[in-house]
Design a protein around this ligand. Structure first.
Ligand SMILES: Nc1ncnc2c1ncn2[C@@H]1O[C@H](COP(=O)(O)OP(=O)(O)O)[C@@H](O)[C@H]1O
Ligand code: SF4
Ligand SMILES: [Mg+2]
Length: 319
């Protein structure tokens, strides 16, 4: 098999608060294959954005990457200097941050926001060439070239999000991380933007991590799914395998709470509250909410094991 584009080994990202360390990403390991779309799902607060920011090395105080490796094509991003990492962002790996469309500068033209990243990475690029690049990249996200002269406040939510995608792919990175790229949009626009993202991923051959909490949308958008719970991975497998037979009890609950025709589209949610990442329960973090918990579950932390090739599960009861 070919080498993975991204290999994350034992990544730990903690926030050091007055009340103690919040273990937002705690000993997470996984591989992301070349040209694969991986969905990272889990309830709010489970550490998805922290994982994204960690991979980009954009964690701010009081957060800190405490340990691990982030290998992009075999190069450990955590070993790069600040300057090397700055150059790697956008050209090797880029992030569409959560809420990105609201962080576009409303009074700077789209063109200037797109070329910002390009001129930061490429010297001696002519104005004509820049204009051509901007036009190209806007077309690739299904926007008219004239959008370049507009201000973000003149654009709809879907168009703004497309501009954010355009910026992220403008230097053709090998890995793109999109943190809830469509969650602020209405359902129809959500699907359209997601289709554009998928098409780009295929055409440009990028590897992609798509973060979301909507299992239904994810099911249609990604080839692999990583289910995160309280800072750890609970399950990782092909989307098909997970929907056919979820092996981790948490994944099973996530899928069973999806709205169906019978429940008339009402999201039911999972009973119980998410554990505190400051003072997590002993053993399996899910045991206070798990319908299948046994004695061992409150005593020992289950490790993420490969149950069958390509299928990883962290649960004592899954053999
Ligand atoms: N700056 C911060 N200081 C302290 N705790 C934080 C900070 N940012 C995030 N956290 C905590 O880290 C955990 C993971 O947050 P986050 O990565 O945003 O989760 P998600 O994206 O899955 O909703 C949460 O418990 C959150 O409260
Ligand atoms: S290890 Fe135990 S508590 Fe955790 S998910 Fe499996 S059965 Fe449930
Ligand atoms: Mg988030």
């Amino acid at each position: 098999m070919s080498e993975p584009t991204l290999r994350v080994n034992n990544l730990k990202v903690y926030y050091y608060t007055e009340r103690g360390a919040v273990k937002a990403v705690d000993d997470v390991s996984f591989d992301l294959g070349q040209q694969v779309r991986l969905g990272l799902v889990g309830e709010s607060g489970c550490g998805k954005s922290t994982m994204a920011m960690g991979i980009m090395r954009l964690i701010k105080s009081p957060g800190r990457i405490v340990g691990g490796q982030i290998l992009l094509d075999g190069v450990d991003l955590l070993q790069l200097s600040e300057e090397e990492m700055r150059r790697a962002r956008l050209s090797q790996v880029s992030l569409i941050p959560q809420g990105a469309m609201n962080s576009l500068n409303p009074v700077v033209r789209v063109r200037d926001q797109i070329i910002d990243g390009i001129i930061d990475h490429e010297d001696n690029i002519s104005k004509a060439e820049l204009d051509a690049r901007v036009e190209d990249v806007l077309r690739s996200v299904d926007l008219r070239p004239s959008v370049a002269n507009m201000f973000p406040h003149e654009l709809s939510g879907g168009m703004k999000q497309r501009v954010c995608v355009a910026i992220a792919i403008s230097l053709r990175p090998k890995l793109v991380i999109a943190d809830e790229p469509t969650s602020a949009l209405d359902v129809v626009v959500q699907r359209q933007v997601m289709e554009t993202i998928q098409r780009l991923q295929r055409e440009m051959g990028i590897s992609m991590i798509l973060i979301g909490h909507d299992m239904g949308l994810m099911a249609q958008s990604v080839e692999q799914l990583a289910v995160m719970y309280a800072g750890k991975l609970a399950e990782l497998a092909s989307t098909e395998a997970i929907f056919e037979e979820p092996l981790h009890p948490y994944t099973e609950l996530l899928i069973s709470t999806l709205p169906t025709l019978k429940t008339k589209g009402v999201f039911r949610g999972i009973p119980g509250i998410t554990p505190s990442l400051l003072d997590p329960p002993p053993g399996c973090l899910f045991h206070p909410r798990c319908p299948r918990a046994e004695k061992i579950c409150s005593a020992e932390v289950p490790s993420l094991r490969e149950i069958v090739p390509g299928r990883w599960v962290a649960c004592h009861l899954v053999q």
